[in-house]
Write a protein that binds this ligand. Structure first.
Ligand SMILES: [Mg+2]
Length: 241
């Protein structure tokens, strides 16, 4: 019993998008600036219309298509115009890079948790190479003891096994691990099912989304990463009682 009482969280895993940096803001601004540049290059629509059409195209073609701006022209009934498309591409990439910055408290929180002796990891869905690119550009890749992209280990679709297998390979018990993520589904749902202690961060485009079922309810909720210390203290106190 005493041993159980002394057991504490040793491992903290993070989701990436809208958790370690403001992905929502990054994409919003990149898209908006792309439309602005396309208008400047001759696209005959207003900003609002352009933005709306771009979002439609992304919904239809998927996030990873490279044809978004070409398709926009098509949707507007306009002839292909390489100057307009290139203007959009340049503004999009420049803005994306400019906003690929950690939240103000990301690095200090990670360093503090490392100093306290926690093992830090990333567990993320999404395209492996894209997620790695983000970590490297954010300049935080060295702060983690382990980075696992689920896609790379064979899980393209979110399932609890992705968590279970990742932790098992690291010889980590789910009950000793926190998972910090933004979405009730699939993040919190699958981590809960795998037995991790879940922490939802209310940030980004899913911040107002409410859980559809009990399994999507996180154990703890925070609004920024620096509140993790408080969560860890709470867990420690609860275990001591
Ligand atoms: Mg997420």
């Amino acid at each position: 019993l005493k041993k159980e009482a002394n057991k504490r969280i040793k491992y903290i895993f993070f989701d990436l998008d809208d958790v370690l940096y403001d992905t929502t803001l990054q994409y919003y601004n990149a898209r908006l600036n792309a439309i602005r540049a396309m208008i400047e290059a001759g696209l005959p629509v207003d900003l609002e219309t352009g933005y709306r059409i771009l979002i439609n195209v992304i919904d239809e073609q998927g996030e990873y298509s490279s044809q978004h701006f070409d398709k926009m022209l098509e949707k507007l009934g306009l002839a292909y115009n390489s100057r307009i498309v290139a203007a959009g591409v340049v503004a999009y990439h420049d803005t994306k890079l400019a906003f690929l910055k950690p939240y103000p408290e990301t690095i200090s929180t990670l360093l503090r948790l490392r100093d306290k002796g926690y093992f830090l990891g990333v567990l993320s869905w999404g395209k492996t190479i894209k997620q790695w690119e983000k970590l490297i550009r954010l300049g935080i890749q060295h702060l983690f003891h382990k980075v696992i992209m689920f896609e790379e280990i064979g899980y393209e679709k979110p399932v609890p096994e992705a968590f279970k297998v990742s932790l098992k390979n690291l010889k980590i018990l789910p009950s000793e691990a926190l998972y910090v993520a933004d979405q009730p589904n699939p993040d919190i749902l699958n981590a809960n099912r795998a037995g991790l202690i879940t922490v939802r961060i209310r940030r980004g485009k899913y911040r107002t989304e409410e859980p559809d079922s009990d399994e999507m309810v996180p154990r703890y909720e925070i609004s920024k990463l620096s509140e993790l210390d408080e969560v860890l203290n709470k867990i420690l106190k609860a275990k001591k009682q």
